[in-house]
Design a binder for this molecule. Structure first.
Ligand SMILES: NC(=O)c1ccc[n+]([C@@H]2O[C@H](COP(=O)([O-])OP(=O)(O)OC[C@H]3O[C@@H](n4cnc5c(N)ncnc54)[C@H](OP(=O)(O)O)[C@@H]3O)[C@@H](O)[C@H]2O)c1
Length: 356
């Protein structure tokens, strides 16, 4: 192995109860194992911090198994290959996928369940774009909106509207001609959603009068709901559904700071409205649709390049900040896609790390 002998990695020490606190994860420095045939060493450049990171720390029944205690925290990112004993990866390749919350990962060609994919060369956009507007975040929005099929005359609601997924979902629904109402936390975020992202309206979920304000923003009811939050807001929206409405469950961020018990909130009281309004509620997981990623990336790239999509990032420097960045995301303190910068690329020196 070349010069890399030490890796720094966040390992899960205990399952958080509620918000992540110091001690739930530990940043450890450990020796990096020498590469074997079929392996490549990848230096992490940027990490995506996302709501699902909190799910993976808990014991919820979810779309992927929880991270085991003692394991390196699961995380998506972009890295550069700095050493290789793999036929299909060469030094200097830029790769994306599950690199983990660590400085270096080993890309093993036997790890078939979540292989890292090699990005085009030369890299056509800043590194961070490949977990954001040109990565799984925006692809989730694209596929979700495509499933909802909004059209002129319909009203679409998007929760967590200023966040990574929601900001793109709302803009895509707007591009299809629908009226789009966002829900976000705080007046500044709501202004951003309307003024910068072009939504028709945005309701502040932190305003105690949010139920009445949401009703006022939905004079024609709800045809389509791109649901990122779940919880009481979704329950309220159920009472505003139009006949044959569709709810796309993309996420339920209200429930991710798992306390181990479901005591704080008792579920969807208005679930009968799915029946009464002959509505459809369905879930989506972006990695179930890998076959459609090239199409999604083509469309998103074109819309972004032509200025029809606005894409924002909140950038936090340093691997050390990963747990606090996640807490900040779940508390609603970030806007757009949350990125952690870990290292400057050495194999493509000077290439921008982030889009800002
Ligand atoms: N299905 C998939 O394949 C897939 C893939 C990626 C992401 N997702 C989902 O997409 C959603 C957004 O994820 P992201 O990573 O892009 O995060 P994000 O939207 O950038 O950040 C999460 C946002 O959730 C909102 N929030 C936090 N607590 C809330 C509460 N109690 N009630 C309502 N809103 C609350 C906050 O926004 P405000 O304070 O502005 O409300 C916060 O900014 C999540 O539900 C995530 O699980 C799904």
């Amino acid at each position: 192995m070349a010069e890399v002998s030490v890796n720094r990695a966040w390992r899960l020490r205990r399952r958080p109860v509620g918000a992540v606190v110091p001690g739930d994860l530990e940043l450890v420095s450990e020796s990096a194992a020498p590469l074997r045939d079929g392996q490549a060493l990848v230096r992490t450049l940027v990490l995506s911090v996302e709501a699902a990171s909190r799910i993976w720390m808990g014991h919820q029944r979810a779309f992927m198994p929880p991270v085991g205690l003692g394991e390196v925290m699961r995380g998506v990112g972009v890295g550069e290959v700095v050493e290789s004993r793999r036929e299909d990866m060469k030094v200097g390749d830029i790769v994306a996928g599950f690199v983990g919350w660590q400085e270096f990962c080993c890309a093993d060609d036997q790890r078939l369940e979540a292989p890292l994919s090699v990005l085009p060369s030369p890299l056509p956009a800043p590194v961070s774009a490949f977990v954001g507007i040109l990565g799984h975040t925006a692809i989730t929005a694209y596929l979700g909106v495509d499933l909802l099929q909004p059209r002129p005359g319909q009203t679409v609601v998007v929760s967590a509207a200023a966040g990574g997924v929601g900001s793109i979902a709302g803009q895509l629904a707007k591009l299809r001609g629908a009226r789009v109402v966002g829900i976000a936390g705080g007046p500044a975020k709501c202004r951003h959603v309307v003024d910068d992202l072009g939504f028709d309206a945005c309701v502040d979920r932190k305003d105690p009068a949010w139920p009445a304000r949401l009703d006022a923003a939905l004079p024609d009811g709800v045809d389509l709901d791109f649901e990122n939050a779940g919880g009481p807001i979704l329950d309220h929206l159920l009472m505003r559904l139009n006949l044959n409405a569709t709810i796309l469950l993309c996420g339920e961020v209200t429930q991710y700071n798992d306390t181990g018990e479901r005591t704080a909130w008792h579920g969807l009281v208005n679930i009968d409205q799915i029946h009464m309004q002959r509505a459809t509620m369905r879930g989506i997981i972006v990695t179930d649709h890998l076959d459609r990623w090239p199409e999604a990336l083509g469309a998103l790239g074109q819309l972004w390049a032509s200025g029809q999509l606005t894409y924002d990032e909140t950038v936090v420097p340093g691997l050390d900040q990963a747990p606090t960045a996640l807490t900040s995301l779940l508390a609603g303190h970030t806007t757009g896609k949350l990125i952690i910068t870990v290292a400057e690329p050495t194999t493509i020196p000077g290439h921008p790390l982030t889009t800002g």
